[in-house]
Write a protein that binds this ligand. Structure first.
Ligand code: PMP
Length: 394
């Protein structure tokens, strides 16, 4: 056998230097209370499993089971795009936003999770080597903290990242974003990992002050009071990103999408994989959109559990951001009343030893906190009792 070459030196230098995104743990064995990756604690609508079975031919309707999998999926997810546009138009008119704002199929692009969409946006709008020479106007900006995939995607593109820090108040740093020089800015609203949501008026003020492309990553917007979809008709520089992973309980099926000006969508369609959303996923997402009552119920339940947990933490004297998402960002206080990175780490370890998984981010801004996904009421009660045990243990 010959010695393998030094692959790192064969790789492009920016690839060899990359730090990959660290996903939350996905234990394969049962028995965990999994509150670490913001999944939905309830199953998807029963219509989803039916639609997947029908797509597989497992419903006995016709042909051999699985026969449809011989064929590529419809390349543009056309039926799903139309259903997404229709879904948002229904929501907009229910909110009294008039018909001239209606979204069309040409305003929708669907991806293999919203991660795929974020990647396509970076591919289209973030220049290689930005900031290091003539392309200084094509850097990508985002806030700290926010979704830590953004810098990884920019790194893969060998582009330049511009980081704008929140302070502890989590007030929107509008002026700093406006003067950042970023060609494209990723704003997570509600923010991750804090859960703090920005109002449509705040997003509109940002659009007035900042003249680049503004991507509002609304992965958690179904749990929020407001979103930015109603601004799309008036602001062609706005791109709204959504996912089926959280509120639709379909993280395992990988479907996300964005709403944007049709010329932005046309660019994304040029750079995406031809068959970026598989057959089963298209069918599953379509079925989920067809059962709005079920999801209204699920979302209301998650929000009620969230608000009850928030109250409990406040009564305990633990600081927690007012979340508009399906998770809470809480600063644990130990039995001696202390907070900080070591305290949060100790709480994390205690929970993990008892098979409760939450998230702990090591950067200085986030280290004193734990991000806790909202589970079922029963799971949250177990979490609460375990945290009480931790308080009295040390
Ligand atoms: N945006 C944010 C803010 C997220 O937290 C996540 C999930 N980790 C995503 C996008 C990606 O979700 P998905 O690819 O499952 O659609």
């Amino acid at each position: 056998a010959s010695t393998p070459p030094d692959f790192d030196s064969l790789a492009l230098p920016h690839v060899a230097a990359l730090h990959a995104y660290t996903p939350g743990l996905q234990p394969t064995e049962p028995g965990w209370i999994k509150l670490n990756t913001n999944e939905c604690p309830y199953p998807p609508s029963p219509a989803v499993a039916k639609a997947v079975a029908a797509e597989l031919g497992a419903d006995g309707a016709a042909g051999e089971v699985g026969a449809a999998l011989r064929l590529y999926p419809e390349p543009t997810s056309a039926v799903l795009r139309a259903a997404i546009a229709a879904h948002h138009n229904t929501t907009l008119s229910a909110a009294g936003i008039n018909g001239t704002s209606a979204l069309r199929v040409a305003n929708v692009c669907v991806g293999n999770g919203s991660d795929d969409i974020l990647n396509l946006l970076v591919r289209c709008f973030c220049a290689e080597g930005a900031g290091q020479g003539s392309e200084s106007g094509r850097a990508a900006g985002f806030t700290l903290p926010s979704y830590s995939l953004y810098p990884v995607l920019v790194g893969i593109a060998n582009g330049q990242s511009i980081e704008i820090k929140f302070d502890r108040s989590m007030r929107l740093p509008l002026e700093q974003i406006a003067s950042s020089g970023a060609a494209i800015f990723f704003l997570t609203s509600p923010n991750a990992p804090t859960g703090v949501g920005f109002s449509a008026a705040q997003i509109e003020a940002l659009l007035a002050a900042y003249d680049g492309l503004l991507v509002v990553d609304e992965a958690y917007a179904p749990f929020a009071r407001e979103d930015a979809v109603g601004l799309l008709a008036r602001y062609p520089r706005l791109i709204v990103v959504r996912t089926f992973s959280k509120a639709y309980a379909l993280a395992g099926i990988r479907v996300g999408y964005c709403l944007a000006h049709e010329r932005v969508i046309a660019l994304l369609d040029r750079v995406r994989d031809s068959y970026n959303v598989n057959r089963l996923s298209q069918a599953a997402a379509l079925a989920a959109l067809g059962d709005p009552q079920y999801y209204a119920h699920v979302i209301a339940r998650v929000c009620a559990t969230r608000d009850a947990a928030l109250t409990r933490f406040a009564e305990q004297g633990w600081f927690c951001y007012p979340s508009q998402a399906n998770f809470l960002f809480v600063e644990p206080r130990n039995g001696r009343g202390e907070t900080g990175a070591a305290v949060a780490q100790a709480a994390y370890d205690f929970l993990r030893e008892r098979r409760i998984l939450v998230r702990h981010f090591p950067s200085p801004l986030t280290a004193p906190f734990l991000r806790i996904t909202v589970g079922t009421d029963e799971q949250m009660l177990t979490l609460w009792h375990t945290l009480q045990e931790w308080l009295h243990h040390a």
